[in-house]
Design a protein around this ligand. Structure first.
Ligand SMILES: CSC[C@H]1O[C@H](OP(=O)(O)O)[C@H](O)[C@@H]1O
Ligand code: HPA
Length: 246
């Protein structure tokens, strides 16, 4: 049974991964973000894919989400753990914290968002009431507690189009909508995983307060980068616990 990890901003490689090989998969939907790395992490088989490419060259609206998810399914991944950087909207989502979203609102547009859009013998509507896999989320929560990580165990991810950051007014609207965090890659990734029946959960790292919050006049990329560096050390600790529970 193999865990696939999709690494986002701040996670283009996995510390401690014993790499066995890298494999490029050509999919009916085009090329994934890069080769899939097969290896062993803490004694268990793992696949790793850098969402924005290994040199972080693919912006969020240009990621080929369909090719990425299709490739992981094709390689027989059993679970997908997505690692993502987000801006914190809710009071408790301060920079540096980990959060495991349980809901998502899609504000993206014009992305290839379904495998069921063409060449069908009948129309398919998947259930998406609970977008994230309950079992994998439960393991994330248990793993964080075991690792002594003070993670926020639920929240609503608002997925924006990017690549620009949001205006203060957009963040106010998202807060009114019930979003507790904001990122640019949550959709359509999680929906595509559900379409292919791949259990998927997200571990998000809060990189910054979202635009306009807490008296902030600009969102500084330098601050985001340094917060993510420490956040990813926590993610690595979490992975050790998670892997032994799968
Ligand atoms: C200000 S960084 C924005 C960038 O980081 C997040 O990427 P990912 O979800 O892949 O970690 C966010 O969605 C944006 O793409
Ligand atoms: O403030 C943000 N907005 C959108 N995506 C993000 N990813 C990290 N921080 C942010």
């Amino acid at each position: 049974m193999t865990l696939a990890i999709i690494g986002g901003t701040g996670l283009t490689s996995l510390n401690g991964l014993e790499i066995e090989r890298r494999e490029m998969v050509h999919t009916p939907y085009g090329e994934p973000s890069g080769p899939i790395t097969h290896g062993v992490l803490d004694g268990k088989p793992v696949m790793f894919l850098a969402r924005h490419g290994y040199g972080h060259t693919i912006p969020p609206h240009k990621v080929n989400y369909r090719a990425n998810i299709w490739a992981l399914k094709h390689l027989n991944a059993n679970w997908i753990l997505a690692v993502a950087a987000v801006g914190g909207i809710a009071e408790d989502l301060s920079p540096g914290r980990l959060v495991f979203p349980d809901q998502i609102i899609d504000y993206t547009w014009y992305r290839d968002h379904t495998f069921f859009g063409e060449n069908l013998s009948q129309v398919v509507h998947i259930d998406f009431t609970q977008p994230y896999d309950r079992g994998l989320r439960a393991l994330l929560i248990e793993s964080a507690r075991a690792a002594g990580i003070d993670a926020v165990e639920q929240g609503t991810y608002g997925a924006t189009q990017g690549p620009r950051l949001e205006t203060a007014a957009e963040i106010s609207r998202m807060a009114r909508d019930g979003c507790s965090m904001v990122g640019m890659t949550g959709m359509p990734e999680v929906a595509l995983a559900r379409e292919l029946e791949l259990p998927y959960a997200t571990c998000a790292v809060v990189a910054n307060w979202a635009a306009g919050l807490h008296g902030q006049t600009v969102v500084a990329m330098s601050e985001i980068e340094s917060t993510l560096r420490t956040g990813m050390t926590q993610v690595r600790k979490l992975l050790t616990e998670l892997i032994h529970r799968l």
